[in-house]
Design a protein around this ligand. Structure first.
Ligand SMILES: Nc1ncnc2c1ncn2[C@@H]1O[C@H](COP(=O)(O)OP(=O)(O)OP(=O)(O)O)[C@@H](O)[C@H]1O
Length: 682
């Protein structure tokens, strides 16, 4: 099965949820605190105890999972207890890897924990006699028949089945809520004058003979004619430009009663970036009349701020019974939004609202459970028309192309929302002359031909926006640390010169070193130390052994603090304030400066280097990325991770990696188990 057996904690931040959920109903994540192994009293029907002990000793399973499985199987009859117990453990494992469910027909029942017999050779004492606790003839049908008659499975029960998927009830409910609301939004009849809409589309997207199909125009037509839509595309394909034109079109259509539009993103950084991009697009788009421009908001906020966090709960001020006051909601960086947050957000929308999701379907999935964006974008292929129905093609051809049959139905889609999804396919930022764009394409499509081309062009100096350093033998890490220090010298010099906070922050954010892992020589911890040491040697910072904080230290908050309104992922820089007191100064998504004394800060880390996961939603003019050596890379490096890292770069990208690791990543695409798409099938 997919990546059920990966150990995420080793590589990424998936234990650090963006929305700090607490007090949720029963799941393996929140059922109880971990207890010592000896506290487990196993039901005497449990077989393969050495296997269980091995999984616990290897930290593959947690005691809390075992307790939960025991609890849910407490009343089972002897014959099924053992199997159900182990199935629930598999569900716990699946959820720890941020899957929404356990896909029963993908489980390898002969080796469900993906173990190697050779690993048992090193064991003393109780050696497992088998890789699987299930009998040889056990299969998905047996599993289903046991589960269907199980007292913990079903409506209003802790576990739920949907087709061949097993869920903790909470996640099944979120998925169903989301599917129902998206469908009803997409089916809502909108009162639009198609002639006026076609005219507006032609004004903002005049026919261009150089473009085969103007996908931006198609995207606008899709989003203007549906209550729910998705606009996806790679870096620089014009998502912000398109949505700005879309908002101009919508405000023109509803000129007599302007729409209340809200822009949100999952993190403060992403919201700040969206505000900046919308402002940039508004300034560039001279075809939008000024009276319409004033009706397009340019200030974005975080989803949490929009919903109104209730401190210390997992609840929001706005919900089904207290809906948001808005007509249109745009969610940028939607791939970062997890299932639970998306479901809560959708529930809080008033019945008449339109929802538009923006993002890159190929980026890393959300930190917490689910993969909503990629579920909704399943089946999109670069260079191909998405599977719109014939009726939708006719409608779009009439709105966008004066009835020219540019869009032709390819095949009948089984997906009920297929007509709501727009795919931007041409990058305006990274054309074929851009090494960054080509490298991102090579990785995203696992195309070694394009990779070879990028290598050749960058070696011969034709792609000067990409540096590929594969030379692991020559200890490139020294070079990388020195190079990072020389970049960071710029913002440190600005602090020394007393430059203003905005300038210092901008200089810091112009360069960022990303690492795929936390531990080891190529991990965040070690690299942070090394860069700090070089900066200290160069006299750019003064780190004293007695104080944890110093002038120039860049930090990233790692825990939400609702009181201070500082959130996981916020970046601050320590510098003296007007009264020469050392303060951590942050700039929020509205551009406001906020200073905190270091002692008051919530948990935070140094951030000369950040994980690729943490970099999602940000972009840096110069992005450097280091991947760990092959041995360490095998577990957690994948295509989505590397693609996300590359696409953070705006002007220059530097990769330090063993080429074999890059190839390994390109070959390994990961997906999360989810039933969202299935719930939206005809
Ligand atoms: N149709 C177009 N013709 C020419 N330039 C365009 C067009 N659409 C977008 N651009 C330009 O391409 C660049 C990227 O556009 P935009 O910021 O809208 O893309 P994006 O997909 O939102 O990018 P990001 O990767 O930052 O999310 C901008 O400079 C924009 O002005």
């Amino acid at each position: 099965m997919s990546d059920l057996n990966e150990q995420p904690g080793l590589f990424d931040d998936i234990d650090e949820t963006l929305n700090n959920e607490a007090a949720e109903p029963l799941t393996s994540k929140n059922v109880a605190q971990d207890a010592p192994l000896e506290d487990i009293v196993l039901n005497n029907t449990i077989t393969e105890v050495p296997l269980l002990e091995y999984l616990l000793a290897q930290n593959r399973l947690r005691v809390v999972d075992v307790k939960l499985a025991e609890l849910l199987c407490a009343n089972d009859i002897k014959q099924t207890h053992n199997q159900l117990f182990y199935i629930i453990l598999l569900l716990c494992l699946s959820q720890q890897s941020q899957h929404s469910c356990l896909t029963l027909n993908e489980v390898d029942w002969s080796n469900p924990f993906n173990l190697r017999k050779s690993d048992f050779n090193k064991l003393d004492g109780n050696v497992p006699s088998t890789l699987s606790p299930f009998s040889d003839d056990f299969n998905v049908h047996t599993a289903l028949s046991y589960l269907q008659s199980h007292e913990s499975v079903g409506e209003n029960k802790p576990l739920q089945l949907f087709n061949e998927r097993l869920y903790f009830a909470r996640l099944a409910d979120y998925e169903q809520t989301l599917a129902d609301r998206l469908l009803s939004m997409s089916e809502r009849k909108l009162n639009i004058n198609n002639e006026v809409l076609a005219e507006l589309l032609n004004t903002y997207f005049p026919a261009d003979s150089a473009i085969e199909t103007d996908w931006q125009k198609v995207a606008c037509a899709i989003a203007a004619t549906k209550g729910f839509s998705v606009i996806t595309g790679g870096p620089g394909t014009g998502k912000t430009t398109t949505v700005t034109k879309l908002l101009a079109i919508l405000q023109s259509l509803y000129k007599t009663a302007p729409l209340s539009i809200k822009l949100v993103a999952p993190t403060g950084k992403a919201a700040a970036r969206l505000s900046e991009s919308i402002l940039g697009a508004k300034n560039k788009l001279t075809t939008i009349p000024d009276d319409i421009k004033t009706l397009i908001p340019q200030s974005a906020q975080t989803i949490h701020r929009l919903l109104g966090v209730k401190p210390f709960t997992n609840k929001f001020r706005h919900n089904k019974s207290n809906p948001l006051h808005l007509d249109v909601l745009i969610i940028d960086e939607a791939s970062m939004v997890d299932l639970s947050l998306m479901a809560k957000l959708i529930e809080a929308l008033p019945a008449h609202a339109r929802l538009i999701l923006l993002g890159d379907k190929d980026q890393l999935a959300s930190v917490d459970t689910g993969s909503v964006m990629s579920d909704l974008c399943q089946g999109l292929i670069l260079g191909q028309t998405p599977s719109y129905s014939q009726a939708r093609c006719d409608e779009l051809n009439s709105l966008c192309f004066n009835n020219e049959p540019k869009l032709v139905a390819q095949s009948v889609s089984e997906f009920k929302l297929a007509d709501c999804v727009a795919f931007l396919q041409h990058s305006y930022r990274f054309d074929t002359q851009s090494g960054i764009g080509q490298l991102a394409l090579a990785v995203n499509t696992n195309n070694t031909g394009i990779l070879n081309y990028v290598e050749q062009e960058s070696t011969e100096g034709r792609f000067n926006d990409v540096i590929l350093d594969y030379d692991f033998v020559a200890k490139p890490i020294e070079k990388l640390v020195k190079s990072a220090a020389s970049h960071y010298a710029k913002y440190l010099n600005l602090i020394a010169q007393g430059a203003d906070v905005a300038q210092v922050h901008a200089a810091f954010a112009s360069y960022q070193l990303l690492a795929a892992v936390r531990e080891g020589d190529y991990g965040v911890h070690s690299l942070n130390q090394r860069i700090e040491r070089v900066l200290q040697q160069q006299g750019l910072i003064t780190v004293s052994p007695n104080t944890h904080h110093y002038t120039g230290m860049p930090i990233m908050v790692s825990q939400n603090d609702y009181q201070l309104k500082l959130f996981n992922g916020d970046i601050g820089i320590l510098m003296p304030d007007e009264s020469n007191q050392l303060k951590a100064i942050f700039i929020d998504e509205q551009g406001n400066q906020r200073a905190f004394s270091p002692a008051r800060l919530p948990a935070h880390d140094k951030v000369y280097v950040m994980t690729i996961h943490k970099s999602q939603g940000s972009e840096f003019s110069y992005t450097a990325m280091v991947l760990p050596p092959l041995k360490q890379a095998r577990m957690g490096i994948n295509r989505q991770l590397v693609y996300t890292g590359i696409t953070r770069a705006k002007n220059k990208f530097e990769l330090v990696a063993d080429k074999k690791v890059l190839q390994l990543a390109m070959n390994k695409s990961v997906s999360r188990a989810s039933g969202l798409y299935e719930r939206l099938q005809f």
